[in-house]
Design a protein around this ligand. Structure first.
Ligand SMILES: NC(=O)c1ccc[n+]([C@@H]2O[C@H](COP(=O)([O-])OP(=O)(O)OC[C@H]3O[C@@H](n4cnc5c(N)ncnc54)[C@H](OP(=O)(O)O)[C@@H]3O)[C@@H](O)[C@H]2O)c1
Length: 309
């Protein structure tokens, strides 16, 4: 692999990071251009610790990866911190085993913010599942532990808060990815002491913006956005369609960045977690964490444009 100093500087990478830089990044002109601008980060309100506005979700292909797929994900996780990346979202039902294995092999646990979830009924079953997550992620401290889809939410939150008190968990939260649970999300935000919520929100799925996002902002919660592309929904909508010229006004060079910048421009949002297992998608998505973001009028224009496609 040949990498010129000019490329490295454009990527904003240190000399030490160069030896680890895989070919897919060298080819990524979009990533290089964007990395000239500072990485956008947001504070977690309960502590002020800052997170990059784009993370990685692991729900789709981490659990059935072929040998080649696993090698590709390993390359991504190796270079991710060099791009300023930090947050990886897993769950009791996906991502944990492979992320734990690869992060242990790479030895870069301290550069990452690991999030996972508990999703079972009963105090004892919850404790067992949580301990399994520590073993699978091969760490003695988990950055964020959330209750998955409100399964036995009060019981599991009590356990997570005990573990937070004991210093084994840094932040506690709840997650959903469906509007059918927005009412329980709202009630839980009001009733419990949380650090984070994770909720579905996308340019064509805006219900969370009605009540959940303003409430979370008002209560001082970090907000992580899942399913930012609707898995395949948004890709289907824009297939074969060119980006509008005016996307350049907010430093957007791809549909992925169009969808992500729409989300992270919302003032209540801390970060989005696009599911990412293809190496070419990582620099594209991280590119959304650089440059200008759309303002409110531009976000409306983006919604209207998408509706015409
Ligand atoms: N209730 C919950 O707590 C809950 C529920 C659902 C999801 N989640 C979390 O949220 C994350 C995101 O949701 P998701 O993965 O279901 O769906 P998503 O992020 O909306 O979409 C993921 C899909 O988009 C593709 N993609 C990613 N970046 C791209 C790019 N720049 N250009 C083109 N395609 C791109 C991915 O492909 P590749 O994989 O090939 O890169 C994958 O097929 C999950 O991974 C998970 O961590 C949480």
């Amino acid at each position: 692999m040949t990498l010129h100093r000019r490329d490295a500087l454009k990527l904003g990478l240190s000399a030490a990071a160069l030896t680890a830089l895989p070919r897919f990044l060298v080819r990524s002109a979009a990533a290089a251009d964007h990395a000239a601008e500072p990485l956008i980060t947001r504070p977690i309100p309960s502590t002020g610790e800052r997170l990059p506005v784009v993370g990685i979700g692991t729900a789709r292909r981490y659990d059935h990866a072929s040998a080649a797929g696993k090698a590709e994900i390993k390359e991504m996780l190796q270079v991710y911190p060099s791009l300023g990346g930090k947050l990886i979202d897993t769950a009791e039902s996906y991502g944990e085993p492979l992320v734990g294995e690869l992060v242990a092999e790479l030895g870069n646990r301290s550069s990452l913010f690991l999030a996972t979830k508990v999703g079972t009924t009963g105090k004892e079953a919850g404790r067992e599942q949580i301990e399994r997550s520590f073993r699978r992620l091969r760490t003695d401290k988990i950055d964020l532990f959330a209750v998955h889809n409100f399964v036995d939410v009060d019981t599991q939150l009590a356990t997570l808060n005990e573990l937070k008190q004991a210093g084994r968990i840094r932040y506690v939260g709840v997650t959903t990815s469906t509007h059918r649970q927005h009412a329980i999300m709202e009630a839980t935000i009001k009733a419990q002491k949380l650090d984070f919520i994770q909720v579905d929100y996308a340019i064509d799925n805006r219900e969370a913006a009605d009540r959940i996002l303003p409430l979370a902002q008002d209560r001082g919660l970090a907000v992580m956005i899942n399913v930012p592309f609707g898995v395949t929904r948004l890709w289907g909508a824009v297939q074969g369609k060119p980006l509008p010229d005016w996307a350049a006004e907010f430093d957007c060079r791809s549909w992925g960045q169009f969808f992500l910048k729409y989300i992270i421009a919302h003032p209540a949002v801390t970060c989005a977690i696009p599911g990412t297992s293809s190496a070419k998608h990582l620099p594209d998505n991280m590119g959304a964490a650089h440059g200008r973001l759309p303002d409110a009028a531009m976000r409306t224009r983006m919604e209207q444009y998408l509706a015409t496609l």
